[in-house]
Design a protein around this ligand. Structure first.
Ligand code: FES
Length: 138
């Protein structure tokens, strides 16, 4: 997905410069926020973005190769929080292989786009999910 928004009515067609309603919703009411105890979690990752100091912790509980529960804590900007939240929504209930196939474009697309200078924020969640899956498979 690109960050261009095309209006079929011939309106503004360019980069998204604002937070969509979905981003604001997931930022103000993030899903799956929390932690898991060591004996609950099968996979865990802590990923930071050295460029901006944001950080995400992600836990997954796996049953029959499927993500049964997922929880996160993120310290960061609205882009980081909303994409972390949406990532958990997309990953919950997926098999580990399906979870590994989730891309930052999937996350950004599910939020209806995020401003171009915030697109890197979605990488935090995708990286954390991939690392958590790898740790669950160890
Ligand atoms: Fe750091 Fe958004 S500005 S992840």
């Amino acid at each position: 997905m690109d960050s261009e928004r095309n209006d079929e009515d011939g309106g503004y067609s360019g980069p998204i410069l604002y937070y969509t309603d979905a981003v604001i919703d997931h930022f103000t009411n993030p899903r799956n926020v929390g932690e898991m105890a060591d004996d609950e979690a099968d996979g865990y990752a802590c990923i930071g973005d050295p460029g901006c100091g944001d950080e995400m912790k992600l836990w997954i509980a796996v049953r029959d190769e499927r993500i049964e529960r997922i929880a996160f804590k993120s310290y960061g900007c609205p882009g980081a929080i909303s994409t972390s939240s949406m990532l958990t929504v997309l990953a919950e209930g997926r098999t580990l292989d399906e979870a590994l196939a989730i891309t930052d474009d999937d996350v950004v697309g599910a939020l209806g786009g995020i401003p171009e200078n915030k697109q890197h924020c979605s990488l935090l969640g995708v990286k954390a999910l991939r690392a958590a899956v790898a740790s669950a498979r160890r």
